[in-house]
Ligand binder design. Structure first.
Ligand SMILES: Nc1ncnc2c1ncn2[C@@H]1O[C@H](COP(=O)(O)OP(=O)(O)O)[C@@H](O)[C@H]1O
Ligand SMILES: [Mg+2]
Length: 360
């Protein structure tokens, strides 16, 4: 059975609207990545020994079309003004990757409110005819609105680095979620950046967070497809994970790193976010893998992470990006290269490492 996660998975990782450096790109074509079996280089066409549920079907690609704030129906903007109780000016978020709309609203009393939104659910049928086999955590009807629901549900359980949800609105076909607005800037991941200790501290704060009493996908739900079936234990864990510590999701504000964009919270091993951050330090910041390792090791739990688990996880992430690059997702190729370099470094840097390839 075809078990490959179809492009446009629920966690939106398959359809970024900006590349890894934050450059705006157009939405991915609807048919991208929806044809054919897995295309990992070296695949022999045999069924891989993978048992994890695949993420859901790809109609999601269609759903995350972005609308600038000014182009929202007037009734939506009026409803927001009523909710705020005063006029405001809106500045579209430049780095929105998966929101239907996202803007920082400046109120006339000086406050700021960040609002992200999604259109009403689209019909359940996938446009490409793809079928969810019912085993994925997300299920066949998952939509961007569910992501917004999850982001809202997890918010009270997040560490203080995360901006708080203020209110939720449903008006004229749009679901809007409002947060404490941060007047900050996107973090800088280059070597020597003074933001890096702040990011490490925010990840440290997250690592100390209690497990929220919510139904969340696990790391195995998210990455299991890219692992061998026997590796499930390696991704076990019940720590709260952000799972997308891209520089655009970490804002620097008043000398602090703030973790935003909790659309894809998951449960897993506590070191997983640091492993993902290490990859981003290479892909976005131009760190060497050695330098990235040094930063990852500043986060709690990194030095106790089981080497085999680190190898499995970084390899899974590299395979995922390799798939995206093979699907010609804009901006994915350089990230795939960085993820590969990181996985290879982790494999060679951790004790008892067997030679690893992305296709073994
Ligand atoms: N609370 C906030 N205050 C100010 N800006 C924010 C806030 N949250 C997010 N942003 C900015 O808006 C961008 C898009 O928001 P994000 O939650 O990341 O949505 P998406 O899922 O579209 O990536 C972020 O990259 C960040 O620059
Ligand atoms: Mg984001």
């Amino acid at each position: 059975m075809e078990r490959r996660p179809l492009a446009g998975a629920a966690h939106g990782l398959y359809a970024p609207r900006h590349d890894d450096r934050g450059t705006h790109i157009s939405a991915r074509p609807l048919d991208a990545g929806t044809q054919g079996p897995p295309a990992r280089p070296g695949d022999t066409g045999q069924e891989p020994a993978l048992t994890a549920a695949a993420p859901p079907a790809s109609r999601y690609l269609m759903a995350v079309e972005h609308t600038d704030w000014a182009k929202l129906p007037e009734g939506v903007r009026d409803a927001v003004a009523r909710q705020l109780g005063m006029p405001y000016t809106a500045a579209d978020a430049e780095d929105a990757a998966n929101s239907g709309t996202a803007a920082l609203l400046s109120l006339c009393d000086g406050r700021a409110v960040f609002v992200k939104g999604q259109r009403d659910r689209t019909p359940a049928a996938a446009p490409d005819g793809s079928v969810d086999d019912g085993t994925s955590w997300w299920g066949p009807d998952w939509s961007p609105v569910d992501e917004l629901d999850l982001e809202q549900a997890v918010n009270p359980h997040l560490p203080s680095s995360a901006p708080r949800v203020l209110w939720r609105l449903h008006a004229h076909g749009w679901h809007l979620l409002a947060f404490e607005g941060l007047r900050g800037r996107v973090s800088e991941y280059t070597p020597g950046s003074t933001d890096l200790p702040l990011v490490a501290a925010a990840l440290g704060e997250l690592a100390a967070c209690a497990t929220p009493p919510l139904r969340l996908p696990t790391a195995w739900d998210r990455w299991g497809y890219y692992c061998d079936a026997r590796d499930e234990d390696q991704l076990a864990g019940s720590r709260l994970l952000h799972t997308d510590p891209a520089s655009t999701n970490v804002l620097i504000c008043q000398g602090r790193a703030r973790l935003v964009d909790w659309a894809w919270p998951s449960l897993g091993p506590g070191w997983a976010d640091a492993a993902l951050w290490g990859m981003r330090l290479i892909s976005t910041g131009g760190h060497t893998p050695e330098q990235a390792w040094t930063w990852a090791s500043q986060t709690p739990g990194w030095n106790e992470a089981p080497p085999q688990a680190l190898r499995v996880f970084t390899r899974a992430e590299a395979r995922r990006w390799q798939d995206l690059a093979a699907d010609h997702v804009a901006g994915a190729s350089p990230v795939a290269e960085a993820a590969h370099a990181w996985a290879c470094f982790v494999a060679s840097h951790t004790p008892a490492a067997a030679p690893v390839t992305l296709t073994d």
